[in-house]
Design a protein around this ligand. Structure first.
Ligand code: ZN
Ligand code: ZN
Length: 139
């Protein structure tokens, strides 16, 4: 997605595409690293000195409200954000703290006994050691 496409995408979702909002969304799309507010702020403030942490936070909250990002609460102490809103799970490495996407083979249609419910959020979390940290811990 280039800047023009992001602008259009935000507009379609009822979000006024300000420069800061475009940059935050672009960061999420490009990095796909499930960042926290702090991480996004620290990365972007180098290029956008006028950016504040409050702006990043309120931008992400707006994105959440409009459904263009999803919230990951796998880390109890930190809100993490994901521009990929399709149904997928997350794996958090206990050692390096990185969060990886987990592709699921089962769709949400496979849930038993949930037909009469409306699901607004789903979180599928796994924790453990990533391959890199596992290698380090055994060598
Ligand atoms: Zn790791
Ligand atoms: Zn994800």
């Amino acid at each position: 997605m280039d800047i023009k496409e992001i602008e259009q995408f935000l507009r379609i979702h009822g979000i006024r595409p300000s420069h800061h909002r475009i940059r935050v969304y672009h960061y999420l799309m490009e990095k796909r690293n499930h960042p926290s507010v702090d991480v996004i702020y620290q990365e972007l403030v180098r290029e956008i000195p006028t950016l504040s942490k409050t702006t990043v936070y309120s931008t992400l909250e707006l994105f959440l409200e409009k459904g263009v990002v999803s919230l990951i609460t796998i880390d109890e102490n930190e809100r993490r954000y994901d521009a990929d809103t399709s149904l997928h799970g997350h794996f958090r490495c206990n050692t390096c703290g990185r969060i990886f996407d987990v592709r699921l083979n089962t769709g949400i249609g496979d849930l038993n006994g949930m037909d009469d419910f409306e699901i607004s959020e789903s979180h599928i979390y796994f924790k453990g050691l990533c391959p890199e940290c596992l290698k380090k811990s055994t060598s």
